[in-house]
Write a protein that binds this ligand. Structure first.
Ligand code: NDP
Length: 306
């Protein structure tokens, strides 16, 4: 039985290989460039979906390198899919969200745009304690970010499919909850998984419901957002500012209109990055459970899509 590692980054392959070898000295590990017998592969650690999963006839478990798993829509239902829950990645995304919310509070996207136009235009900044942040998606990362924002004085609400009972965040769910959180938030943060229900959720209709002067921090997935609608919302000041980390087609090509959205900071999908050591610990924990016949952790509900 061989454990297959499939990532496009050769440095990361070596880091993962070494960490796996340390954790499971008896488990043969191969990268896609190594010679291996496809029939030997029971587990794969991969960022991308394979175009054809039948090439690995005995595959049982896909361990996703990323927290988001929307790219695995073509995975046959009998193969288990495990999403990445890496505490260091959660911390990284939280720090991005906190930095972006503070950046919106202090109007950094707006000042960046004014700088491009050689314009000196000071404005009065608000305070975190008067600022309402609404987080769409109160999962592992959303809750961690909510706590950090709350500790930094922001008034934090969150929206999820099922209601939550948490001391540091006001929880909303359902359509009524969605309308409330969109209408009241000074800063909206998207930390949803990409599913059939959440695709295109950041659109003209949502932007029209936002509070005047609201900002958007988008770190979910590109396809959550209609970028034509976002550009229009920023140009018409329906939204005042944005930090956008994810796009429909990445990398964002040089001639894309998104680059010219006003009052918007664009980052190249860097909010999170899996740490090889803690990521492999996540996989190791589940492999140990697998060998002991226990249920696996962080298994994706294929019907819900996350
Ligand atoms: P989780 O699966 O832990 O949490 C998902 C949250 O979204 C849950 O609270 C869930 O509700 C909620 N949700 C799902 N569907 C709906 C819906 N239809 N309506 C309302 N709420 C819904 O995910 P993570 O927190 O680990 O990650 C969230 C996402 O962040 C990832 O899927 C990925 O897209 C993105 N991400 C981006 C990174 C980057 O670098 N830009 C890095 C890491 C993650 P409930 O709690 O009720 O199940």
């Amino acid at each position: 039985m061989t454990f297959l590692i499939n990532t496009p980054d050769p440095d990361r392959i070596e880091q993962f290989r070494q960490t796996f070898a340390d954790a499971f000295p008896d488990l043969p590990v191969a990268s896609c460039d190594d010679p291996y017998d496809p029939a030997d592969i029971k587990f794969i650690f991969t960022w991308q979906a394979l175009p054809d999963w039948d090439v690995l006839p005995n595959l049982e478990i896909v361990f996703s390198v990323s927290a988001g798993i929307d790219q695995f829509a073509n995975l046959p239902a009998h193969i288990k899919l495990i999403r990445m829950v890496d505490p260091k990645n959660t911390q990284r995304v939280t720090e991005y969200v906190l930095a972006a919310c503070l950046g919106c509070l202090r109007a950094f996207p707006e000042y960046g745009w004014l700088q491009r136009h050689h314009t000196w235009a000071p404005k009065q900044a608000g305070f975190a304690q008067d600022t309402k942040v609404g987080i769409l998606g109160l999962g592992g990362i959303g809750q961690h970010a909510a706590k950090a924002l709350s500790l930094n004085g922001f008034q934090v609400s969150g929206w999820s499919r099922t209601p939550k009972d948490l001391s540091f965040v006001t929880s909303y769910s359902g359509k009524d909850g969605f309308d409330k959180i969109i209408g009241q938030s000074d800063i909206l943060v998207c930390l949803l998984p990409l599913t059939d229900q959440t695709k295109g959720i950041l659109d003209r209709e949502l932007f029209a419901q936002t509070k005047p002067g609201a900002s958007l921090v988008h770190v979910g997935r590109g396809a959550h957002c209609n970028f034509t609608d976002l550009k229009n919302a920023l140009e018409t000041q329906c939204l005042s500012q944005a930090f956008i980390d994810v796009f429909v087609d990445e990398p964002l090509l040089e001639n894309r209109p998104e680059w010219d959205m006003p009052n918007c900071v664009i980052t190249p999908h860097v909010a999170g990055r899996i740490d090889p050591k803690t990521a492999v610990e996540n996989v190791a924990q589940n492999l140990t459970r697998y060998y002991q016949g226990q249920d696996l952790l962080w298994q994706v509900d294929r019907a819900l899509g996350y």
